[in-house]
Ligand binder design. Structure first.
Ligand code: NAD
Length: 234
């Protein structure tokens, strides 16, 4: 039997899930899940009983499943982004996993002024309903650490893309939020493996020379070491 860490990923068929799952499968025993109809194990995150069964014997959960759309309507956000994060968190508590890693977003803090570099210690201040559901995910993370010994890391993910964003509609601030594929895998690795106490929020952007959000104590403590710079990547 493998003694690799067993890590369950929700939403593994998505853009981030598919970019990080293969990279992390070398070091972990990854259980990749998504809704029915993908090549991964079926797991609807709104089904608490199914989540609980799936989490048996799991070391860590990386919860990515969501509707990741800043323009989405409430009815589309409610199942995965609101009910789903509660289901996964409740199942994590019932199953006694060691760590729960939640995909939050810089959209959770998008109402701060444009000239303010958001720190991981700044509280959520969303400007759209999607960002509000990510603030909810962070609130659920705090709740989990108050009622269980589970360690929780909420990753405020920036602009995830293979290459830095370009084009007439892209602002320097979008570019300053870039998170490369490789750095995203490093972010998830550090979020699962790095030392934390209780509930921790981290910013998930690459090593951009201009950064929309700052790195602080939590990223350093976790050992997150990004290597890509949006201004040095063609
Ligand atoms: N892509 C980005 O730039 C970005 C930025 C910030 C945060 N995030 C967050 O990262 C996570 C992953 O984003 P992504 O870009 O890969 O999204 P995506 O839409 O590409 O993937 C999301 C996955 O979740 C799955 N899913 C949806 N509802 C589900 C349910 N009820 N049960 C199980 N699976 C379900 C979908 O099938 C899909 O495969 C999301 O939580 C998103 O909010 C993404």
């Amino acid at each position: 039997m493998s003694n690799k860490r067993r890590v369950l990923i929700t939403g593994a068929a998505g853009r981030i899930g598919s970019a990080v799952t293969d990279r992390l499968s070398e070091q972990w025993n990854v259980v990749a899940t998504d809704v029915a109809g993908t090549k991964y194990q079926d797991l609807d995150v709104t089904d608490t009983e199914a989540c609980r069964a799936a989490l048996a014997g799991v070391d860590s959960v990386v919860h990515l499943a969501a509707v990741p759309n800043a323009d989405a309507e409430w009815k589309d956000l409610l199942p995965a982004n609101v009910l789903g994060v509660h289901s996964v968190a409740s199942a994590a508590i019932a199953s006694g996993v060691r760590r729960l890693v939640l995909a939050s977003s810089l959209q959770a803090v998008s109402a701060y002024p444009d000239d303010f570099q958001v720190r991981p210690s700044d509280p959520p201040r969303p400007a759209n309903l999607y960002g509000a559901t990510k603030a909810w995910a962070e609130a659920i993370g705090s709740w989990v650490t108050s009622v269980s010994p589970i360690e929780v890391v909420a990753m405020r993910i920036g602009y995830f893309a293979e290459k830095p964003p370009t084009g007439p509609d892209v602002t320097p601030r979008d570019r300053a939020a870039w998170l490369s594929f490789g750095d995203c895998a490093e972010l998830v690795r550090a979020s699962v493996e790095g030392p934390v106490t209780g509930f921790t929020v981290i910013n998930g952007i690459s090593a951009n020379r201009y950064r929309k959000a700052s790195y602080g104590e939590p990223e350093h403590a976790l050992g997150y070491q990004p290597s890509d710079d949006a201004w040095a990547t063609p």
